[in-house]
Structures are given as structure tokens and as C-alpha cells.
Design a protein. Structure first.
Length: 386
């Protein structure tokens, strides 16, 4: 009887342990299922947040593109109106004034970042990296930035000078070739990799400039305007490449201080060419018939354009910075046709289209371009062996 009772006790104890083990396994499985479910739910929430953020950035980017296109068209159209009466030809004054307004960029961005919760001390700490780590290097840094100031002012001057001889559409179309020049310069200065597809885009852009110049007639005033626009594109391209080499990757604070410093240099120095050109009668400025409205609208819109370009760094993808001026080309063309009653020959339309195609190819990020180039090489090799 005792042995039977002991046997029953061991059996009950075994059943209890079995039930306890089964309960532990079930609890563990339940905990694992809950954990996995929670992780999946968190991943879904993160994907939804990323999707919402991406859509938001795309929407903001489209807004920036439209605003930049309007600014591009408005600045060139009002710049064209400066020379309507023939009593004003001082492109140097317009360039100096528009560049000088950029000194307000850093204070404006600093207050904007303060509104978003960043202290002025932190903003300056980030921005002052353009001068190097030591304060004793500020003067050498300013001297290093001066050539960039000269290039940016020269690009603005040549673009407004070109508007005296050719249409706003031609100037904006030819200026888009700066993307091709940037790539060529980057090969030598920034050691960027050579990509066949991008080089083809450069050739297409060059062909577009040649075709537009041909449509104007070689040796004509229109061809002179195209040449000045090409000079502006070259200065702007060299400015962009050297800026990337000198200050590296730009943040919102660093870009705004960099722009304010270079614009302050332009304000202090580049009034001298204005005086020389005026005294030698190379440029005409008649105070009694000065085009004040067009002048202030041009320089204000250019300043707004610079503000939008700076803010674009913070709010959306970099590609939208390039797409804005591109859409300024058809907008300028519509204004020239509807308001200025200009006509564009089929040859000029072909040239403009070539420039747009070349620009679009050059704005494709390098990883995608490398993949496309690889696929094209593979396709060509397959055809060759067939």
C-alpha cells in the first residue's frame, strides 16, 4: 500500500512538472509571438513614417522646383527689361548689387535655425568650419575665398550682360550647360570617376550650344550674347567645383555663412569696376531715366533665388536644386513668345532640347548612371557578338 501511494505521488509530481513545462513552453511561445508581432508592427510603423516623410520631401521638392523656376524666369525677364530704353547698360551694377544683398543670408538662416530650436552659438560653430579649426586662419581663409567671390560675381555679370544681346530663353538654356562643365572640371579637380554616359551628355550639351549659336548666326549680336552666356556658365561651373573642394559638404549654416562672407567681399571690392566702366563710358547710367523698378525686382528676385537654393539643402533632395532652373527654360520661352512676341526657329528648338537632355542626364546620381552605363555596355557587347 505504501509503495502504491509512493508511486501515485511520483506520478502526480511528474504530471505537475509536465504541466508546468508545457505551460512554460506556451508562455515562451506566446512571448515570442508577441515580440515578433510587436517588431513587425514597429517595422510597419517605421515604413509608414518613412513613406510619409518621402512623400513630404517630394512635395516640398516640387514646390521648390516651381519657385526656383519662377525666380529664374522672373530674374532674367526683368534683367532683359533693364535695357529696353537704352539708357542703362551697367550690368556690373546689377551684378554687384545682387551679390551684395547676399550678406543678409547668414543672419536670416541663423534666425531661422533659432526659431527651430538651435542656438546661435551652435549655428556659428557649425558655420565657422569654412575658416578652419583655428581662428588665426580666418584671414588666409578669406583670401582663399576671394577667387570664388570673383567667379560668382563674374558669372552674374556675364549673364546680365548677355541679356543685352539675346533672349532670356537663350541665356537660361545655355546656362544649363554649366552642369556639363561642372562634370568635366570635376574629373580633373575633384577626381570624380569617368562615366561614359555622362561624357555623352557633355557632348550633347556642347552640340546644343553650337546649334543655338548657329541659329543666331555666327558673328551676330545674338551669337555674342550666346558667347557671354557660355562664359557665365563656365564661371558658375568653376565656382561650384572649387566651392566643393574648398568647403566640402555644405550644411545649412555653413552654406549661409559662406555666401554671406563672399557677398561681403563683393560689396567691399567690386564697386571699383562699376566706377571705372562708368567713367570710361563703357557702361551707361543715367539717373534721370534709371529703371528703378526692374532693377530692384531683379536683385530682389535673385536674392530670393539664393535663399531658396540654401533652404533646399535642408528640406528636400539635392536634385530639386538643379531641376528648378531647368524648368525656367520653358517658362521663359512661354513669356518670350506670348509677351515679347518672339519666334523660335526649329533649329533653336532642337538646340534647346539637346541642352535639356544633356542637363537631365547629368543630374542623374552617379550610382544610377554607373548601373545604366553597365547595362548599355552589356547590351552593346551582346549585339556585337551576335
Amino acid at each position: 500500500m505504501n509503495s502504491s501511494h509512493t508511486k501515485d505521488s511520483f506520478q502526480n509530481l511528474g504530471d505537475q512538472r509536465k504541466n508546468s513545462a508545457d505551460g512554460s513552453v506556451c508562455s515562451y511561445r506566446l512571448a515570442v509571438d508577441n515580440n515578433v508581432g510587436q517588431r513587425l508592427e514597429d517595422d510597419d510603423q517605421q515604413e509608414n513614417l518613412k513613406s510619409v516623410q518621402t512623400r513630404k520631401q517630394i512635395l516640398i521638392g516640387i514646390t521648390f522646383v516651381m519657385a526656383l523656376a519662377v525666380c529664374t524666369a522672373a530674374a532674367t525677364q526683368f534683367g532683359k527689361d533693364l535695357y529696353t530704353d537704352g539708357n542703362f547698360t551697367s550690368a556690373s551694377l546689377v551684378a554687384w548689387s545682387s551679390r551684395s544683398m547676399g550678406i543678409f543670408m547668414y543672419p536670416l538662416i541663423s534666425f531661422f535655425l533659432a526659431y527651430r530650436g538651435q542656438s546661435h552659438r551652435e549655428t556659428y560653430r557649425q558655420a565657422s568650419k569654412i575658416f578652419g579649426r583655428s581662428r588665426s586662419r580666418i584671414v588666409p581663409a578669406l583670401l582663399k575665398l576671394f577667387p570664388l567671390t570673383a567667379l560668382s560675381t563674374g558669372a552674374t555679370y556675364l549673364s546680365f550682360y548677355a541679356l543685352r544681346y539675346t533672349s532670356s530663353t537663350d541665356v537660361t538654356a545655355v546656362f544649363s550647360a554649366s552642369a556639363a562643365i561642372v562634370y568635366v572640371l570635376s574629373l580633373f579637380i575633384l577626381n570624380e570617376p569617368f562615366v561614359g554616359l555622362r561624357f555623352c551628355a557633355v557632348l550633347i550639351s556642347v552640340a546644343g550650344v553650337v546649334v543655338i549659336t548657329y541659329s543666331e548666326g555666327f558673328g551676330s549680336f545674338g551669337a555674342l550674347g550666346i558667347t557671354l552666356a557660355v562664359g557665365s556658365a563656365c564661371c558658375a561651373a568653376l565656382y561650384r567645383v572649387l566651392t566643393k573642394k574648398v568647403i566640402g559638404e555644405t550644411s545649412l549654416a555653413r552654406a549661409s555663412l559662406y555666401l554671406s562672407v563672399t557677398c561681403a567681399q563683393a560689396l567691399l571690392i567690386f564697386w571699383i569696376p562699376i566706377l571705372i566702366l562708368y567713367l570710361t563710358d563703357a557702361e551707361i547710367i543715367i539717373p534721370s531715366s534709371f529703371p528703378w523698378t526692374e532693377f530692384f525686382l531683379s536683385i530682389t528676385i535673385l536674392f530670393l533665388y539664393s535663399v531658396l537654393m540654401i533652404l533646399c539643402i535642408n528640406f528636400t533632395y539635392p536634385i530639386y536644386m538643379s531641376m528648378g532652373p531647368l524648368f525656367g527654360i520653358p517658362l521663359n520661352a512661354a513669356i518670350d513668345v506670348i509677351i515679347r512676341n518672339q519666334t523660335f526657329s526649329s533649329v533653336k528648338i532642337v538646340g534647346t532640347s539637346l541642352l535639356i537632355i544633356g542637363f537631365l542626364v547629368l543630374t542623374i546620381p552617379i550610382p544610377y548612371v554607373v548601373v545604366l552605363s553597365g547595362k548599355m555596355k552589356l547590351l552593346l557587347s551582346c549585339k556585337k557578338y551576335k
